[in-house]
Structure formats: C-alpha cells, structure tokens
Write a protein that binds this ligand. Structure first.
Ligand SMILES: Cc1cc2nc3c(=O)[nH]c(=O)nc-3n(C[C@H](O)[C@H](O)[C@H](O)COP(=O)(O)OP(=O)(O)OC[C@H]3O[C@@H](n4cnc5c(N)ncnc54)[C@H](O)[C@@H]3O)c2cc1C
Length: 403
C-alpha cells in the first residue's frame, strides 16, 4: 500500500479518507495490473470497467444530485480527485473509464433539465450507460471557439452537421454531449450544447483512432442528424460557458490522475532502487539515486498540494479557473518527469513493453495535451493574474482618491 500521509492534510475531511482507503482496498482486489489491451479488446475492457465501477458504487461520485444517483447534490471535487488518483495508481484504463463518465455527463449535472438528469445521470451512475464529451474538431482543438460543427433549428428540432474528433469513448458511448455552433453571436457566444444518443440517425463513427496509451477514441461525423429541441442542454448560445464550467471541475481531476501515475512511479522506483544490487551495494545506497528519489517525492507533494487546494476551493463554492489550471499544469508536467526518472532507475527493464513504468510513460503523455494543453493553462493563469492586477490597481486608485 502506498504512502497515505497526505490523507491527513486539512484539505480533506474524514469521509474523504474513508473513501480513498475503501477504494484502495477495492482496487487492489478488483483491478488487474495487466498490459494495455489493444484494438477492440480495449473497448471490451473499458465496458467491463464501467460496469465494475458502477457495481462498486464508485460512479456515484462522477455525477451530481442524489435524486439521480449522485453521491451528493453537487460533484464532490475532492472525492472525484481522490478516486482518480487512486484508480490511476492501479490502472490507467480504470481511471479513464471513471473520468469519462463524469466528463461526458458533467454538462448535464451542471445545466441539464430534470428530465435529462433523470434519463442520463441515473444510468451513468450505475454504469448502465457510457458517456462522452464531444468538443474538439479537426480545426478547433486549443482554439475551441473556431468550431464549425453547426446545429440549425427547424421547428422543434435541431439539425446537426459537421465533425468532432479525438472523442474519448467514441464508438462505445451510449450518448455524446456535443457542442455545436448555433449562431446567436460570433465566436464563443454562438455555441450550444446537446445530448445526442449514439443511435441517432445521421451520427456515424467515421474513424477509430489508436493512441499511445490505448483507450476508445474516435472521429464522429454528423450528417443531417436531427435531434429534438428537448435534448439541448442549458440555454442556446451558452455552450462555451457550459464546456468551460465542466472543464473547471475535470481539469483538477486530470491533475489528480497525473498525481496517481506519479505516485505509482515513485513506489515502483523505490522498490527497484532498494533491491537492485550493483557495485556491492543497492542502487538506493548511492547519493545520485537518493537525489533523484528526493526530487520525485518533492514534485509529487507539490503537485498534490495544488490538486487538493483547487479541489477544496471548488468545494467551498469558489471559482477555481486559475487554481485548476495551475494544478493541471504542474501535476501533469511534473508527473512526466517523475515517471521518466523511474524509467531511468529501472534501466533496460524500464523500457520493456508493458512493464509498469513503461506503461506509465505512455499513460501520462496525453494528459499534458487534453482538456487544455500546458501552454493553454499558462495563458489561463496569466490572464487571471493580469485581471487581478488590473482590479487591484483600480482599487488602489479608488482608495487613494477617497483618502
Ligand atoms: C487521448 C486524447 C483524448 C481526448 N479526448 C477528448 C474528448 O473526449 N473530447 C474532446 O472534445 N476532445 C478530446 N481530446 C482533444 C483535446 O482536447 C485536444 O487534443 C486539445 O484541446 C489540443 O487540441 P489539438 O490536438 O487540436 O492541438 P492544437 O490546438 O493544434 O495545439 C497543438 C499544440 O499547440 C500548442 N499551443 C496551443 N495553444 C497555444 C498558444 N496559444 N501558444 C503557443 N502554443 C500553443 C500546445 O502545445 C498544443 O499541444 C483528446 C485528445 C487526446 C490526445
């Protein structure tokens, strides 16, 4: 069992500690430490994990609203982060399966109608429906507002045309929350969110995409895909805000997953360094190794403090745009370095296909890109800093004027 001293940090409450320890026991008993599945076997493994996580009642933490199967009225961000961190330490695919249930239904939790919540969240929380979040397009990744996929209103329906790509769970999802241009205003203000059932005529999985750490991923095509207006999530023209609010929650949880990968890498590195014999010593006897282990441990604690600060602030009802961006940037970038250090400690064994640290090396990579690449997080942090600075300089001028 990994070091759990951080569960005593003041950001967490007793029920969070119980949750983390309970999930740790469940994960040790139920999750295989197996090589990555590939191709269609990934789909099966993912479906299986969603139903296991549903049966274990862990998916209740991915949705908000107790009437709809959620663990609480709103998403408990610290609970979400502890679950992702713990699952990521055991299995990247289990973390993915859990996270997508939350990200794929997050817009419904935050802005869905009672009927949408009743129809979708309950099934997400039990693992009987698989969710997906469809925002990115071939020509609109970091620049979300450049999206071209369009929804035209025709009477009581919307007609969707266009493409979405890099859609996690694409091909196995039961429904997609899709963001499309509805044209109320230019750019980010003319986008609307919809829930689209996977079997809606006109929605097609155009391409399955294989990535470095396999999980279901696809490009979707919408061709005159007609959906009833009641499937719109929130107000027309509010889709960009809805997507950003959803990401404000889940960005912190991406950081938590990176933390889980990094913790696993440190555990593996400690085990190897203390048992590998060389030059009549163990590898851990050498100060160069000790320095490496120290850097890894300090990076992990720094990331954990940022993750649980952002999660705690959000659970206090605060806006966490800057703090979530800091947590994601630092936790994902430092996890990559921690994992690389673990590979180095393992030597040749570290690069053997599907060895635990080799898997981690691939598992971490995409986290520095999706839900906003590191460069985008930097821009968000700087924008918030400059906004604060402008507000403060205004306040100082006001104070000087009144004195
Ligand atoms: C494994 C995986 C799963 C994904 N799952 C989903 C999903 O479920 N749903 C979904 O909608 N999308 C998903 N995505 C898409 C993801 O959100 C996008 O890949 C991401 O937003 C980046 O967009 P892009 O790939 O088009 O890169 P681009 O926008 O082309 O950016 C390329 C690079 O440019 C750099 N960059 C970006 N902005 C700036 C800037 N202002 N200044 C300098 N450099 C900059 C960054 O390094 C970035 O990585 C997933 C991606 C991956 C890899």
């Amino acid at each position: 069992m990994a070091d759990t001293h951080y569960l005593d940090w003041p950001f967490l409450e007793p029920h969070h500690r119980e949750l983390a320890l309970g999930l740790e026991r469940w994960a040790a008993a139920n999750l295989d430490d197996a090589p990555h599945a590939r191709g269609r076997a990934t789909d099966d493994a993912c479906r299986q994990l969603v139903s296991q996580l549903g049966a274990g009642h862990w998916l209740r933490y991915a949705v908000g609203g107790t009437a709809y199967g959620g663990s609480a009225e709103t998403i408990d961000t610290r609970g979400l982060c502890l679950i992702r961190e713990t699952l990521a330490r055991h299995s990247g695919l289990a973390d993915f399966a859990f996270a997508m249930q939350g990200l794929g239904s997050g817009a419904i939790t935050l802005h869905g109608s009672a009927a949408q919540k009743d129809s979708y969240l309950k099934r997400v929380a039990t693992g009987s429906a698989i969710a997906a979040f469809a925002l990115s397009e071939p020509e609109a990744g970091s620049d979300v507002a450049a999206m071209q996929c369009a929804a035209r209103q025709e009477g009581d329906s919307y007609v969707l045309n266009g493409e979405k790509t890099w859609i996690s769970n694409g091909g196995i999802a039961d429904f997609y929350v899709v963001f499309a241009r509805t044209g109320e205003a230019p750019g980010a203000r003319g986008i609307t969110a919809f829930v689209v059932d996977a079997d809606t005529p006109g929605l097609e999985v155009a391409e399955r995409i294989e990535v470095i750490a396999p999980h279901p991923l696809a490009r979707l095509r919408f061709a005159n895909c007609r959906i009833p207006a009641r499937q719109r999530v929130g107000e027309a023209g509010q889709g960009f805000k809805i997507a950003m609010r959803t990401l404000d929650i889940f960005r912190t949880s991406v950081a938590a997953a990176a933390l889980g990968f990094a913790r696993r890498a440190l555990d593996e590195a400690l085990r190897r360094a203390t048992t590998r014999r060389m030059f009549n010593h163990t590898l851990a006897d050498f100060q160069l190794t000790q320095a490496r282990l120290a850097d890894m441990a300090a990076a992990i604690d720094a990331a954990a403090l940022l993750v649980y600060r952002a999660a705690w602030l959000r659970d206090q009802g605060r806006t966490v745009t800057k703090e979530a961006a800091m947590a994601k940037m630092v936790a994902t970038e430092s996890a990559q370095q921690v994992i690389d250090a673990a590979v180095q400690i393992f030597g040749a064994l570290g690069v053997v296909s599907d060895a635990p640290v080799e898997r981690l090396y691939r598992d971490i990579r995409a986290l520095r890109i999706y839900e906003g690449a590191t460069e985008v997080q930097k821009l968000i942090i700087a924008r918030e800093l400059l906004k604060d600075a402008a507000t403060h300089s205004g306040t100082e001028k006001d104070i000087r004027r009144t004195n």
